[in-house]
Design a protein around this ligand. Structure first.
Ligand code: 2IT
Length: 445
């Protein structure tokens, strides 16, 4: 029998100074501990110890030259968390906040998320503390080359398939893949998020945002409600926020905010035209990491140094980074009558914010369910690469839609409480866990 406090104290002892990993692990373990204790096979197999320990972690030095001719040194990582269900799969994050602990949290989350997608994908994550802000295109190229020179030793199309994440978009995937091909002399699906003409899948750029809106649409339907006319707050303005703003608008909602590290945009007209969406991409690609210019360009309001959660909305979608929505933000949203909160970033809400929202019985979509569309379409990109063919936009979008509906059904199956409240956190954790744990039992140790 496992006891939550004992298990978590031990995990903290083994993983000191990794608060994000502990936060992610605690949330999952809290959800699944009864399921584990009710199954002697899980207890006997030490499933909790095994599922919270990454299979392996690579840490490497990345040396590159900046535009002044100075040598720069960063640290690169790849965390191969769990491959019970398939090759390690998960993004690469280039961001100043990257540490081993943050990548362990992301690799851990990815394992359960990938399990929920229904596709044969294990979980991994990687990245670097390289900060793309203010870097030139040539500096990014040189960094990517050096990073891949090391990373290529540990990945492969049937072993570990990285993709993008914060700070890694189509440009970086191109530079990384170019270097991989130089070193390995082969065209394989070793990365996803590739460009359309060199092995990429249609809909992959949009997939995380689209998927989170498909998931939210199912949540809304399950509560006898509709998307039409909902006021929506989105944070961020990058790869994920972009797709989310597009699909929310297409579904009839009005997105009134986007945000950056410098503050947020309040656009009462709605972030709802192809011109505005294209501008978000251009802003992101400029590497300045500020959202303020949008206000000038489209005659919207810019509120410096604040987060969008103070705006009165029906639905809130954190789409930027972990722990971007805290307890105070959650209280403000609830006081303003928010009806749904859907994490589109990984662990976008702090633990106390999640607990507060759940206690208010407000439907809350956790990241590992709601944002799984991105990695799901990465899985579809791998299938297309393996078959050496490409599916149409309609085919990929239809598959993505089916996958998001199936994730929603899994949450209902495992998360519906006696009073009828759908606890999506519990549902996603149990459904994601069971598949991985059962595979681990089948595979032995
Ligand atoms: O957090 C995520 O799911 C991603 N960054 C996407 C990973 C992937 O392999 O497409």
């Amino acid at each position: 029998m496992y006891r939550l406090d004992e298990f978590m104290a031990d995990l903290e002892r083994k993983n000191p100074a990794e608060p994000e990993f502990i936060q992610a692990a605690r949330e999952v373990v809290e959800s699944i501990i009864d399921v584990v204790n009710d199954n002697p096979a899980y207890v006997h197999a030490k499933i909790l110890e095994r599922i919270t320990e990454p299979d392996r972690v690579y840490s490497f030095k990345v040396e590159w030259e900046d535009d002044n001719g100075d040598v720069q040194v960063n640290r690169g990582y790849r965390v191969q968390f769990n491959n019970a269900l398939g090759p390690y799969k998960g993004g690469l994050r280039f961001h100043a906040s990257v540490t081993l602990g943050s990548l362990k949290f992301l690799g851990f989350e990815q394992t359960f998320k990938n399990s929920l997608t229904t596709l044969p994908l294990g979980g991994g994550k990687g990245g670097s503390d390289f900060n793309p802000r203010g870097k030139s295109d040539n500096e990014i190229l040189r960094f990517c080359r050096s990073f891949m020179t090391e990373l290529q030793k540990y990945i492969g199309p049937n072993t570990d398939v990285p993709a993008g994440d914060i700070g890694v978009g189509a440009r970086e995937i191109g530079y990384l893949y170019g270097q991989y091909k130089r070193l390995q002399a082969e065209n394989t699906g070793v990365l996803t998020g590739k460009g359309r003409s060199w092995g990429g899948s249609l809909i992959r750029p949009e997939a995380t945002g689209f998927g989170s809106m498909y998931f939210a649409e199912e949540m809304v339907k399950a509560h006898g409600d509709t998307f039409e006319g909902k006021r929506v707050a989105i944070s961020g303005f990058g790869n994920v926020a972009w797709g989310a703003a597009m699909k929310a608008s297409m579904l009839g909602a009005k997105v009134v905010t986007i945000s950056g590290p410098d503050g947020y945009i309040l656009d009462e007209e709605g972030v709802n035209t192809p011109e505005k969406w294209a501008y978000m991409v251009a802003l992101r690609n400029s590497n300045n990491d500020v959202v303020a210019p949008y206000a000038k360009r489209f005659n919207a309001k810019f509120i410096p140094n604040r987060k969008p959660w103070e705006v009165k909305v029906d639905m809130a979608f954190p789409c930027a980074i972990q722990n971007e929505l805290n307890l105070d933000d959650a209280k403000t949203l609830v006081a303003n009558g928010v009806k749904y909160v859907v994490e589109t970033s990984n662990m976008g809400c702090t633990a106390d914010a999640v607990t507060f929202i759940l206690n208010q019985k407000i439907p809350f979509g956790p990241g590992k369910a709601a944002n799984a569309g991105g990695v799901a379409v990465s899985g579809l990109e791998m299938s297309q690469n393996a078959m050496k063919l490409s599916w149409s936009e309609e085919e990929v979008d239809a598959k993505l839609h089916t996958i998001m509906k199936s994730i929603h059904s899994s949450c209902i199956e495992h998360g519906t409480e006696s009073d009828g409240y759908i606890n999506y956190v519990r549902g996603a954790n149990i459904a994601g866990f069971k598949k991985v744990a059962d595979a681990m039992l089948d595979l032995g140790y």
